[in-house]
Design a protein around this ligand. Structure first.
Ligand code: NAD
Length: 321
C-alpha cells in the first residue's frame, strides 16, 4: 500500500512526504522539477519506503505510465495532489500558466486515478478561490466565489472537477483551503524574496506595496498536522476545510522588519505604493477555521510566531544553500 504525492519535490510535498514516511507509510511521488528540486528530497530519498520519478503531469501518457509502474511495485490507495503553479503574478500575466500547471494537472490526475482505480484524493486548494471579500470572515460556504487571480480561478475549477468526480468514481475527497504557508524548504513567497533581496543589496530592502497588506500565516509543520487530522477525522465524503492560524495575521511591514532583524540588521526598508504587492494579490482577508476547530484541531502557533520561526529557518536555508 502506498500514497502517491504530486508536486512532491516542492515545499509542502517534501514536508508531507516526510510526515507519512515517519508513520511507516510507503510514499511514491512525481514532480517535473520546475520549482521543486532533488536537493529538497535528499533526506526522503535515503528512505527505502520512498520512490520518485520526474515527469510532467500534463504529459498525460507519460504520467499515467509512471503511476502504473509505481502501482505494479505497490498498490496505490490514495493520491495527494499538490502540483500547481506557485508564481501567481506569472499566471496573471499569462493565463496559460495556471491553465496548464494548476488546472490541467488536476484534470490529468483525476483521469489517471479513474484509470488506475484510485478512489481517495486529497487536494491542496487555496484561500485564493474566495477572491476579495474585504473584512468579511471567510467561512467555507461564503459566496459568490469570484477569484481575482488566474491561480485562484484554476484552483476553484479544480475543486469543481474534484466535486464532480466524487459523484462518479471518487469515494473520498479532502479539499484543504490553505492560507499562506511558510517554513522550509522555501521555494517561493515573500520571506524568501526578502532574504534573497537582502543578499543582493545588503543595505536596503525594497518592498512591493506600502507594507500594510495583512494576512494570516501558518507554519508548514502545522499545515501537515492539520491535513492528516482532517484525513483521519472528517466525516464528509467531500471534506472541505479552511486551514489556517487563528488571528488577524501580520503585516508585510512586520515580515520585512523581522527579516532585516535576523538577516541583515541595520538595513533600511523602502516601501512602494498601494496596499497590493501585485495584481491578483488579496490585500487582506479574515479566515475562519471554526469548522476545523469543531473537528478537534487547533493551531499551536499564531501568525507572529510562525513568521518568526520561518524567517529564522529561511535565513539559515539561504546561508547554507
Ligand atoms: N505555500 C503556500 O503558501 C500555499 C498556499 C495555498 C495553496 N498552496 C498549494 O499547495 C500546493 C503545494 O504548494 P507549495 O508551496 O509546495 O508549492 P511548490 O511550488 O513548492 O510545489 C509545487 C510543486 O509542483 C511541481 N509542479 C508544478 N507543475 C507541475 C507539472 N505540470 N507536473 C509536475 N510537477 C509540477 C513543482 O515543480 C513544485 O515542486 C500547491 O498546489 C499550491 O497551490 C500553497
Amino acid at each position: 500500500m502506498s500514497i502517491l504525492i504530486t508536486g512532491i519535490a516542492g515545499f509542502v510535498g517534501v514536508n508531507l512526504a516526510q510526515a507519512l514516511l515517519n508513520k511507516g507509510i510507503r510514499v511514491c511521488g512525481v514532480d517535473n522539477l520546475s520549482r521543486g528540486t532533488l536537493q529538497n528530497m535528499a533526506t526522503l530519498r535515503e528512505n527505502p519506503l520512498f520512490s520518485f520519478t520526474q515527469v510532467d503531469i500534463t504529459d498525460s501518457e507519460a504520467f499515467i505510465k509512471v503511476c502504473e509502474e509505481f502501482a505494479q511495485q505497490e498498490p496505490i490507495t490514495e493520491c495527494w495532489h499538490l502540483a500547481a503553479n506557485s508564481d501567481i503574478p506569472a499566471g496573471v500575466s499569462n493565463a496559460a500558466v495556471d491553465l496548464k500547471d494548476t488546472f490541467m494537472t488536476t484534470h490529468v490526475t483525476l483521469d489517471m486515478m479513474k484509470k488506475l482505480g484510485i478512489t481517495k484524493l486529497a487536494f491542496a486548494s487555496s484561500s485564493a478561490i474566495y477572491g476579495d471579500h474585504g473584512t468579511t470572515t471567510l467561512v467555507e460556504d461564503i459566496g459568490p466565489l469570484l477569484p481575482i487571480s488566474n491561480y485562484g480561478a484554476m484552483k476553484l475549477a479544480s475543486e469543481a472537477a474534484i466535486s464532480a468526480a466524487t459523484e462518479s468514481f471518487l469515494e473520498q475527497a479532502w479539499i484543504f483551503r490553505f492560507p499562506n504557508v511558510i517554513g522550509i524548504p522555501a521555494t517561493h513567497g515573500v520571506m524568501l524574496d526578502f532574504v534573497r533581496k537582502l543578499k543582493h543589496t545588503p543595505d536596503c530592502l525594497q518592498v512591493l506595496g506600502n507594507g500594510t497588506q495583512q494576512k494570516g500565516y501558518l507554519h508548514v509543520e502545522e499545515l501537515v498536522d492539520a491535513m492528516l487530522w482532517i484525513r483521519a477525522h472528517a466525516p464528509e465524503k467531500r471534506a472541505l476545510y479552511n486551514i489556517g492560524a487563528e488571528d488577524d495575521g501580520v503585516t508585510v511591514a512586520f515580515i520585512a522588519e523581522e527579516t532585516v532583524r535576523v538577516a541583515q540588521s541595520g538595513a533600511r526598508i523602502e516601501y512602494g505604493q498601494g496596499n497590493r504587492g501585485w495584481v491578483g494579490d488579496v490585500p487582506r482577508f479574515v479566515y475562519s477555521i471554526d469548522k476545523l476547530k469543531k473537528l478537534g484541531w487547533n493551531p499551536k502557533l499564531n501568525s507572529t510566531q510562525a513568521v518568526q520561526k520561518a524567517v529564522r529557518q529561511i535565513v539559515e536555508q539561504e546561508q547554507n544553500g
